[in-house]
Design a protein around this ligand. Structure first.
Ligand code: FER
Length: 414
C-alpha cells in the first residue's frame, strides 16, 4: 500500500512546471464576525496577474465587489477585495496558496477581522443541494464578535411590533428639519460636524429636550441619516401623537482630527473613547447656545448603535449629572463591564429616568447587552431589555430608535 502514497500526492498537486491557472469560479463559506458568509470569486489569471469580482452573501444581503492588485507568484496568491460596506470602502486582503486544488487563504479586514478560508472550484466537491456530502460547513448558530449566541428566557421583545410604515415617509404630515452644523472642538482642536434634527414647528418660543444619537464603528455623522431615517421615524411618531418634540443631534463619535472611518475602522476605537470630552465640553455647550433647548439632565438623552451604544452606556451612566435618559442599541465590546457602568445601583435607581437596552437575537454582540441586563436585574435597576429578531443592522436600529423615542422625555413612560 505504502508505495502508492507518493503517486497519490503527486496526482493531487497542480501540474509541476506549468503554473496552475486560477481562472474560473471559486466558492467559499466561512464564519466571520458578522455571521456566515458565502462568497463566489470569479477569477481571471493572465500570467502572474489576477483580476476578478466577488459576490458575497451574509444574512440575506448580497454584495458585489471588485478584486484588485492580484498576483500569482509560484504557489503564492494575493489579491485585495474592495468592498462597499454600509457606505464605507473596505480593503480586504487575501494571501495564501493553491494547495491540492484548493485555495487556502487568509482573509484580513484591516486589524478588524482575520479568517482562514478555503475556496474550491465551483462544481468541484460542492455539496449538491440538499445533499449530505458534508463539504460545506453547516450554518450553525451565528458567530458574533468572539462567541456564539446563546439566548435566555429574558431575551425577548419588550414591545409589540412597530406599526407598519413607521420608517416610511408619509404625505400630509408636518416634517422636521435636518441641518448640518459645525462646532469648535477644543478637545480635538478643530471644527467638527454634527447633523441636527429639529422637530416640525420648531420655535424659539419653546425649549426642547435633546437626544444625542451616536453611530457605529464604521459610521460617521451621516450614518443615522443614511441608514436610519431618524427624521422620518420622529415625524411619524409625532404625527401619531406619540413621543415628545425633541432636538436630535447626530455627531461624529470619532474624536480625532481625521474623523473618517478609513479602511480600518477598528483602529479608530480610541477616538470613540475620547469623544466623551468632546461631547461634554464642546458639543453640548454649542448645542445649548445655538438651539432653544432645555439644559438640564432631565432633558438630555444619550443613545446610540453598536460602538455608539457602548459610548452611550459608558458616558451616559458615567455622567449622571448630565444625562437622565440612556439607550444602548446592540452595544459593542467598548461597553464597560456592568459593575463599572453602574457601580452604585441605588443611585441609578434614584436618578435614571430611562435605561434602555436592545439587541437583535441574531447579533453576535448580544452577549454584551445580556451581561448588562443580567447585572441590572440582579441589582434591581429598572431598565428596558428588548430583543427582536434582527442581526447587527439598521432593521434593528430603526426599530430601537422608534421604541426609545416613544419613551424618552416622558415621565412615567408610555
Ligand atoms: C468589536 C466588535 C465590534 C469592537 C467594536 C465593534 C471595540 C463595533 C461594531 C459596530 O460599531 O458596529 O470587538 O471592539
Amino acid at each position: 500500500m505504502k508505495p502508492r502514497l507518493p503517486l497519490l500526492v503527486l496526482a493531487l498537486l497542480p501540474g509541476i512546471g506549468a503554473a496552475a491557472d486560477l481562472t474560473g469560479t471559486w466558492r467559499s463559506e466561512f464564519n466571520s464576525q458578522i455571521g456566515l458568509q458565502r462568497y463566489t470569486y470569479e477569477l481571471r489569471q493572465d500570467g502572474t496577474a489576477l483580476t476578478g469580482r466577488a459576490t458575497s452573501e451574509v444574512d440575506a444581503q448580497r454584495r458585489e465587489s471588485e478584486l484588485r492588485e492580484g498576483r500569482v507568484e509560484g504557489d503564492t496568491v494575493t489579491f485585495v477585495e474592495l468592498l462597499d460596506f454600509q457606505g464605507n470602502a473596505l480593503r480586504i486582503r487575501y494571501r495564501g496558496a493553491l494547495t491540492n486544488g484548493e485555495l487556502r487563504l487568509v482573509r484580513e479586514v484591516g486589524d478588524f477581522a482575520r479568517e482562514e478560508i478555503v475556496a474550491r472550484r465551483a462544481g468541484a466537491g460542492e455539496a449538491s443541494p440538499g445533499g449530505a456530502e458534508g463539504a460545506a460547513p453547516r450554518p450553525g448558530p451565528r458567530r458574533g464578535f468572539g462567541g456564539p449566541i446563546e439566548l435566555g428566557p429574558d431575551d425577548k421583545p419588550a414591545f409589540p411590533p412597530v406599526p407598519e410604515g413607521f420608517d416610511r415617509s408619509r404625505d400630509g404630515i408636518p416634517n422636521g428639519t435636518l441641518e448640518m452644523v459645525e462646532y469648535d472642538s477644543r478637545t480635538v482642536g478643530n471644527r467638527r460636524r454634527a447633523l441636527v434634527y429639529t422637530p416640525p414647528g420648531y420655535t424659539a418660543d419653546r425649549r426642547y429636550p435633546v437626544l444625542y444619537l451616536l453611530h457605529g464603528i464604521g459610521g460617521d455623522e451621516e450614518e443615522w441619516r443614511r441608514g436610519g431615517r431618524p427624521n422620518v421615524i420622529l415625524d411619524n411618531l409625532l404625527a401619531d401623537g406619540q413621543g415628545v418634540p425633541m432636538v436630535v443631534v447626530m455627531p461624529n463619535g470619532r474624536a480625532q482630527p481625521d474623523d473618517r472611518p478609513g479602511p480600518n475602522p477598528m483602529a479608530t476605537a480610541p477616538a470613540f473613547a475620547r469623544f466623551e470630552r468632546d461631547l461634554l465640553d464642546d458639543l453640548i455647550p454649542f448645542i445649548e447656545s445655538k438651539y432653544s433647548v432645555r439644559a438640564d439632565r432631565e432633558h438630555r438623552a444619550l443613545a446610540g448603535l453598536s460602538m455608539g451604544g457602548g459610548q452611550s452606556l459608558n458616558f451616559g451612566l458615567g455622567n449622571p449629572d448630565t444625562f437622565a435618559w440612556v439607550g444602548g442599541f446592540s452595544s459593542a465590546p467598548n461597553t464597560r463591564p456592568p459593575a463599572e457602568l453602574v457601580p452604585d445601583p441605588a443611585e441609578a435607581r434614584r436618578r435614571l429616568k430611562l435605561l434602555f437596552l436592545s439587541c437583535g437575537n441574531r447579533d453576535g454582540l448580544i452577549r454584551i447587552s445580556q451581561g448588562v441586563h443580567a447585572y441590572l436585574k440582579e441589582h434591581e435597576v429598572p431598565h428596558v431589555w428588548h430583543v427582536d429578531e434582527h442581526a447587527h443592522d439598521f432593521e434593528h436600529w430603526r426599530k430601537a430608535l422608534y421604541h426609545f423615542s416613544r419613551l424618552v422625555f416622558r415621565d412615567g413612560n408610555p
